[in-house]
Design a protein around this ligand. Structure first.
Ligand SMILES: [Zn+2]
Length: 255
C-alpha cells in the first residue's frame, strides 16, 4: 500500500515537472533551437521565427487557449525530430507539441517570396487535428483490437476535425500532405503506422481514403471496425454513438 502511494506520488511529480517545464517555454525550447542549428539550419534566427509564428497564429483563428510549443524531448525519440510530427501532450494539458522539423520548415517559409502556402495550410490542419484530440475521450480500459480500432477512429475523426477547423477542403489537405510529407519523406511516412493492424495509427493512405466519405458516417465507422477485425457488434454500435457525425451537424463531443 505504501509502495503504491509512493509510486503515485512519483508519477504526480513527473507529471507536474513536465507540465511546468512545458508551460514555462515560450513557443520554442532551447533544445529545439540547438537541434535546428546543428542539424537543419545553422542560420536559424529565433527572433525572426518568433515573429513569423506570432503572425501565423493570429491568422489561424480557431486556436483557442491552447499554447503552441515546439519541443524536442518527451516525444517518441525513435522518430526523427527533423520530420513533421505533432503531439497533444498529456491529458489535461493545454499544449500541442511540434517537432523542431516543423519549426525549421515554417522558418524557411518566412523567407519565401512566393509560396503556394502548402506548409502553412498543413500546419493549420495538423493543429486542428491535435486540438480535436483534446476534445475526445481517451479510452483506458480497452485492449487488443478494440484498442487499435478506437485509436483509428480517434485519428480519422480528428482528421475530419482538422479539415473542418482549418477551413480547408480534404483535397487541399491531401495535396499539402503529399507535397510536404509524403513526397519528401517517402515510403516510411506513407506507410506510417505500418500495414499491420495492431498499430495505433492507420497509414496515411488509409486515412486519405477515409476522407472521401466527407465526414464520419456510420458506414465509415462500420468499415473501420471491420478493417480492424472487430466482430463484436455491441462495441461497434458504441463506437458509432461516439464517433458517427450527423450530416450537417458538428462532431459529437465525447467526454
Ligand atoms: Zn492524431
Amino acid at each position: 500500500m505504501i509502495l503504491l502511494i509512493l509510486i503515485l506520488i512519483a508519477l504526480l511529480c513527473v507529471y507536474l515537472h513536465i507540465s511546468l517545464s512545458w508551460h514555462s517555454i515560450d513557443v520554442i525550447s532551447l533544445e529545439a533551437e540547438e537541434f535546428i542549428r546543428e542539424k537543419l539550419d545553422p542560420a536559424f534566427d529565433t527572433e525572426r521565427f518568433r515573429s513569423y509564428i506570432d503572425k501565423l497564429l493570429q491568422r489561424i483563428d480557431f486556436l483557442d487557449e491552447n499554447k503552441v510549443i515546439f519541443f524536442t524531448p518527451f516525444y517518441d525519440r525513435k522518430k526523427s525530430q527533423s520530420s513533421l510530427n505533432a503531439h497533444t501532450g498529456l491529458p489535461g494539458q493545454k499544449v500541442i507539441i511540434f517537432t523542431p522539423g516543423w519549426a525549421a520548415r515554417l522558418y524557411r517559409e518566412s523567407f519565401a517570396g512566393k509560396s503556394d502556402g502548402a506548409i502553412t495550410d498543413l500546419f493549420a490542419f495538423v493543429l486542428g487535428h491535435e486540438m480535436t484530440h483534446k476534445e475526445q475521450r481517451r479510452f483506458i480500459f480497452l485492449f487488443g483490437r478494440k484498442r487499435v480500432c478506437a485509436g483509428w477512429l480517434r485519428e480519422i475523426s480528428s482528421d475530419f476535425g482538422g479539415i473542418r477547423k482549418s477551413g480547408l477542403s480534404a483535397g487541399r489537405v491531401r495535396f499539402c500532405l503529399e507535397k510536404e510529407i509524403l513526397e519528401r519523406e517517402g515510403r516510411r511516412q506513407r506507410r506510417y503506422g505500418s500495414k499491420t493492424v495492431l498499430r495505433p495509427h492507420p497509414t496515411w493512405e488509409y486515412r486519405m481514403k477515409c476522407w472521401e466519405s466527407g465526414r464520419m458516417t456510420r458506414e465509415l465507422v462500420d468499415k473501420i471496425c471491420r478493417d480492424c477485425g472487430i466482430t463484436d457488434r455491441r462495441f461497434c454500435d458504441r463506437m458509432k454513438r461516439i464517433y458517427a457525425e450527423k450530416p450537417a451537424g458538428s462532431m459529437r463531443r465525447a467526454g
